[in-house]
Design a protein around this ligand. Sequence first.
Ligand SMILES: NC(=O)c1ccc[n+]([C@@H]2O[C@H](COP(=O)([O-])OP(=O)(O)OC[C@H]3O[C@@H](n4cnc5c(N)ncnc54)[C@H](O)[C@@H]3O)[C@@H](O)[C@H]2O)c1
Length: 249
Amino acid sequence: MLLSGKTAIISGAASPRGIGLATARRFATEGARVAILDIDADAAADAAASLGKSHIGIQCDVADKSSCEQAVARVIEFFGGVDILINNAGITQPVKFLQISAADWDRIQDVNLKGVLFLSQAVIPHMRGRKSGSIACMSSVSAQRGGGIFGGPHYSAAKAGVLGLAKAMAREFGPDGIRVNCVTPGLIGTDITAGKLTDEMRAKILEGIPLNRLGTADDVAGIYTFLASDLSAYVTGAVIDVNGGMLIH
Ligand SMILES: NC(=O)c1ccc[n+]([C@@H]2O[C@H](COP(=O)([O-])OP(=O)(O)OC[C@H]3O[C@@H](n4cnc5c(N)ncnc54)[C@H](O)[C@@H]3O)[C@@H](O)[C@H]2O)c1
């Protein structure tokens, strides 16, 4: 098993069809104990219970610094330590540039970008003390091509910000034995996109995907597992595309 004896925090992992919960399941299968942090407290508890007794679900708003600090303190108390952090929580909004209000901008940046800052700030002092840790952050193809399918320009900006932030973290904390990497998925079938894709849109999107299918949450979970495990021990500051070839460059 790739994550035997490891402990992991995954944010935004309560949604039943989401990338976070698929990752939590995969981590558990690989031998890790998992803390599911999500803004939805009941869903976080249910998701953790679905994995088994050694896992925990905790309410956490990643956009709130003290909420992150409290959640991480609980995880450390429960598990005794944290080896892996997956900054996965995110929200989107399908609007055009001129429609973005100040409140929309703040909400999208707060969850997608500031959330990575706050949750990482809560975990890194602990990882630093142990001279070891792996952090993976959720960006998106939207950051790379200036728009995905459903995210507005403020979402692209936030996810592009994640790339810069994660690379800076990789530089700063490499000497402490902490690796920081990003994943950039294309279109993955989860609740974030559910019900928004017409057959016509789907056919058009598939024309641009060499592997000729949309991604699944498990496709991303596999890459998070690689980044969390020692298979990627010499990988930091990297960005891994999970997009079926949607953006070959
Ligand atoms: N689905 C895609 O096509 C796709 C593509 C690229 C990137 N992403 C990113 O992947 C991540 C997971 O998305 P998903 O597709 O699984 O969507 P999802 O909506 O199923 O999951 C998002 C989860 O984040 C949680 N969340 C929302 N705001 C939060 C907050 N403030 N604090 C803590 N948790 C919060 C939600 O409750 C939910 O459980 C997101 O960051 C998303 O932007 C998704």
